[in-house]
Design a binder for this molecule. Structure first.
Ligand SMILES: [Zn+2]
Length: 168
């Protein structure tokens, strides 16, 4: 199902929102350049978790923590997908009419955290230190930390924002 989806990768140099067909990303050594400044995009950097040898076996140790109005949920190699939306069977239930029933999900995929918008009104994503973007049926790799707004534009200090941070 992800073969034809568009994934967005921010350029660390100029902040450009590069759109890439995610089917092209199956190999980890692929080189993709920014459409604006031609810098090589850092796909493998902070979005790929480090593995640590523990007890002779490789084990991912990265973890994403989502926080919304006092509730926290983790996404990692054990719990690999978290859904967000207005319907009460979502992992994170958003009590806001602008949120769709199933609005978006975050998936841990090949060592990356991918936020995927499924909604009518779109998803606002503000990664720390970057300009905000609106996703419409698109995916984005998220890293470090930031805030997410479902159907609403959020700022870093917005009380309606869903906050996330990734630790490696
Ligand atoms: Zn660039």
């Amino acid at each position: 199902m992800y073969k034809n989806s568009i994934i967005i990768i921010f350029c660390e140099e100029c902040g450009e929102k590069n759109r890439i067909v995610s089917g092209n990303m199956s190999g980890r050594t692929i080189s993709i350049k920014c459409i604006r400044c031609k810098e090589e995009l850092n796909i493998s950097g902070s979005s790929i978790s480090e593995s640590a040898r523990i007890g002779g076996e490789s084990k991912f140790i990265s973890n994403l923590v989502l926080e919304y109005r006092g509730k926290t949920i983790e996404v990692n190699n054990k719990r690999t997908c978290v859904t967000m939306g207005r319907r009460d069977d979502n992992d994170l239930v958003i009590d806001d009419r602008r949120a769709s029933r199933l609005h978006a999900f975050i998936e841990y995929r090949d060592g990356r955290y991918v936020l995927s918008d499924q909604s009518t009104n779109g998803t606002c994503v503000l990664l720390k230190g970057r300009r905000g973007v609106i996703l419409k049926k698109e995916e984005i790799i998220i890293n470090n930390s930031g805030v997410i707004g479902l159907g609403i534009v959020v700022k870093s200090n917005s009380p309606r924002a869903i906050r996330f941070s990734i630790t490696v």
